[in-house]
Design a protein around this ligand. Structure first.
Ligand code: KIV
Ligand code: ZN
Length: 389
């Protein structure tokens, strides 16, 4: 099995399905270019058959992007697939991603189809898509709540028809990491031609476990593609977040042993771009891209980080595109951090006694004021010089 992990970004498709997150063609193109800069392997640009506007988005992105595969979603019917094929015609590398629900609940209540009909439609969809492009992904929607026997039957057949990626979504975010990993492992072991396709995970975050489930799908299940979005944007509670899953794989390479092609230095810019475009604010304590992700406020932590950054940092802020880690001065800060900030501000104190006096004034101020800005410190040091003369 390969040790290359494919990163499939669906910010522009599943991310956009988040209520209030719809994007214009120009906005989508700008984000697609940023995803290409990030070196995302596959960009799901939209759902070409869903509207003329989305068709144009997929087509524009397919024409502009050269280094990533560009993908369109389509239901498992000829019209959708033909539309996707048409939108992708000029892509350097195009993928049709066709899906149909396979869980008893969805087949019976939503599709009103029998399992045999879903089997047949899956077979025909993949066969038709393969006439249009070489790269076809098949998703069994609500896969995690589907009957394994039925999934084995369908997946074996769609691989025979030429699907080269098999995606098993946890559409409603119901999975638990170990169980989801074991579910995929079991399918891969039981399906005789399973190694002819790349297995993919696509997890929603309804129970806050989308990243953990995706990682388990990779580690336990043997999946080699993760579907994710910038900032975890997506339906309801969102999708697996790209920045978190990528940095987990990179930071814990000792455990996962996998290669990802992502150039993480563009992560923060991508996060800001998606946040500004959609108006979805990133929470300050969000891993990797939150404003506080690399900020240190307590004296003990600040002292540690100033002496050796890995005391409290498992990743480098610069490696994901922050300018540096952030020492936030406040009432919990210690003398080391205070002195360091004076140095950064170009303030030279005449003696250690003066520094201590300034530090004491700073602590008094910090008791009254939550955030101490550089201007406060400069004012406080200026005061100090008035006091000593
Ligand atoms: O969540 C899901 O099942 C999907 C599929 C269309 C892949 O987004
Ligand atoms: Zn989804």
């Amino acid at each position: 099995m390969t040790d290359k992990l494919i990163i499939f970004d669906t910010t522009l498709r599943d991310g956009e399905q988040s209520p209030g997150a719809s994007m214009t063609k120009d906005e989508k193109l700008r984000i697609a270019r940023q995803l290409e800069r990030l070196k995302v392997d596959v960009i799901e640009a939209g759902f070409a058959a869903s509207s003329n506007g989305d068709f144009e988005c997929v087509q524009t992105i397919a024409r502009a992007i050269k280094d990533s595969t560009v993908c369109s979603l389509s239901r498992a019917n000829d019209r959708d697939i033909a539309r996707a094929g048409e939108a992708l015609k000029d892509a350097a590398r195009g993928r049709i991603h066709t899906f149909i629900a396979t869980s008893p609940l969805h087949m019976e209540k939503k599709l009103r189809m029998t399992p045999d009909e879903v089997f047949e439609q899956s077979r025909q969809a993949v066969r038709f898509a393969r006439n249009l492009v070489d790269d076809v992904e098949y998703s069994c929607e609500d896969g995690y709540r589907s009957e394994p026997d039925f999934l084995c039957r369908v997946i074996e057949e769609v691989i025979k028809q030429g699907a080269s990626t098999i995606n098993v979504p946890d559409t409603v975010g119901y999975a638990i990491p170990e169980l989801y990993g074991a579910f995929i492992k079991n399918l891969r072991e039981r399906i005789p031609n399973s190694d002819k396709a790349v297995w993919s995970v696509h997890c929603h975050n309804d129970l806050g476990m989308a990243v953990a489930n995706s990682l388990a799908g990779v580690k336990i299940g043997g999946a080699r593609q993760i579907e994710c979005t910038i900032n975890g944007l997506g339906e309801r509670a969102g999708n697996c977040s790209l920045e978190e899953v990528v940095m987990a794989i990179k930071t814990r390479k000792d455990y996962f042993g996998l290669e990802v092609g992502i150039d993480a230095r563009h992560i923060v810019a991508a996060s800001r771009m998606v946040s500004q475009t959609t108006g979805f604010v990133v929470q300050p304590n969000k891993a990797v891209v939150g404003a506080n992700a690399f900020a240190h406020a307590s004296g003990i932590h600040q002292d540690g980080v100033l002496k050796a950054r890995d005391t409290y940092e498992i990743m480098r802020a610069e490696d994901v595109g922050w300018s540096a880690n952030k020492i936030v001065l406040g009432k919990l800060s210690g003398r080391t951090a205070f002195k360091q900030r004076l140095q950064e501000l170009g303030v030279v104190m005449e003696s250690e006694a003066e520094t201590i006096a300034a530090f004491n004034r700073f602590k008094d101020l910090a008791d009254k004021k939550a955030d101490i800005f550089d201007e406060d410190i400069l004012a406080l040091v200026a005061d100090q010089s008035q006091h000593s003369h």
